[in-house]
Design a protein around this ligand. Structure first.
Ligand SMILES: C[S@@+](CC[C@H](N)C(=O)[O-])C[C@H]1O[C@@H](n2cnc3c(N)ncnc32)[C@H](O)[C@@H]1O
Length: 291
């Protein structure tokens, strides 16, 4: 790959998915895109770039997908799910007792292990959530991972990563060498393709947002802007859950860490503000941060 071809791909990926590739990642691009080019009947990266420059939409979409990293597993990092059971849900069960509804957004859900881990936690709360309307929305940029997630079928290797054996027995059925999540858990999760770089205000507001292990691929400015927009979709007493290697510190004032709960954040809004003023405050703070 020539330096010019690499620069074209780097810029294209940054603009389309937020992926911020440093100057030394040619090997990564080649390892993902040479197989894609050959499968499409092209001679290699040079011809792929040529086709992309001439505006081949199907191919550009495939390039974006091929460059996503979809690594995930059930109950990844464990701690966020401890927080969900011990802090987030008990607080929200009290705060939403009169309206009896919860909306949870898993904002880069990959092949489904994360939203289904959340669904299993909720299911196992049993009577505490009886009569509640609970919505779990799983979104991702990649159509391919969403298809796999919707099917809810996992390999032996995938169910051995992070999933407690009791949960496997309770919530999955064996289908040949694979494992399918039971229909009741699958039905708890709605799927939708969504690019975090695009407007997502139409999704409405959520009580909890899991946005884990995706912002690590963005540059500082894109992270800051995304935090500002996420804050606008979160109820003022809601929770943001980030990945183990992620933080808001130094990137945004839209969230503040929840004391003594690693990876857990709340919108940073003065409690006394009436709802109309909250919207103006959030718009102003996120505009200031993305400037
Ligand atoms: C490493 S996985 C993380 C999955 C899960 N959140 C977890 O922590 O296990 C990152 C996911 O982010 C998705 N992704 C990458 N860029 C995105 C973007 N701009 N908008 C939405 N999703 C994106 C990828 O397709 C991938 O499935």
């Amino acid at each position: 790959m020539t330096p010019l071809e690499y620069e074209f791909l780097r810029r294209f990926l940054k603009e389309r998915s937020g992926l911020d590739l440093s100057a030394d990642k040619q090997y990564l691009v080649e390892s993902r895109l040479i197989p894609l080019a050959l499968k499409a009947g092209l001679s290699g990266i040079a011809e792929l770039v040529q086709k992309m420059r001439s505006g081949n939409d199907a191919l550009t979409g495939e390039v974006v997908e091929a460059m996503t990293t979809n690594e995930t597993f059930f109950f990844r990092d464990k701690i966020p799910f401890d927080h969900l059971r011990a802090t987030i849900l008990p607080e929200l069960l009290q705060a939403r007792a009169s309206r009896r509804s919860l909306r949870i957004w898993c904002a880069a859900s990959s092949t489904g292990q994360e939203p289904y881990s959340i669904a299993m936690c909720l299911k196992e709360m049993g009577a505490a959530l009886a009569g509640w309307r609970v919505e779990i929305l799983a979104t991702d940029l990649s159509a391919a991972v969403l298809e796999k997630s919707k099917a809810g079928i996992f390999s032996q290797f995938e169910v051995q990563r992070g999933l407690p054996i009791q949960m496997l027995v309770r919530h999955f059925a064996q289908v040949g060498e694979l494992w399918q999540l039971n229909a009741d858990i699958r039905a708890m999760v709605q799927h939708r393709q969504l690019n975090l770089l695009h407007d997502f205000s139409h999704l409405g507001s959520f009580d909890v947002i899991f946005c884990r292990n995706v912002l690590i691929y963005f540059d500082q400015e894109t992270k800051g802007g995304t935090f500002g927009r996420l804050a606008r979709q979160l109820e003022t007493d809601g929770f943001l859950v980030l990945g183990a290697a992620e933080t808001v510190v130094g990137l945004t004032d839209a969230f503040r860490p929840f004391p003594e709960r690693r990876g857990l954040y709340r919108p940073n809004i003065p409690r006394a503000m009436p709802p109309g003023v909250v919207a103006i405050y959030q718009a102003l703070t996120s505009a200031a941060l993305t400037r």
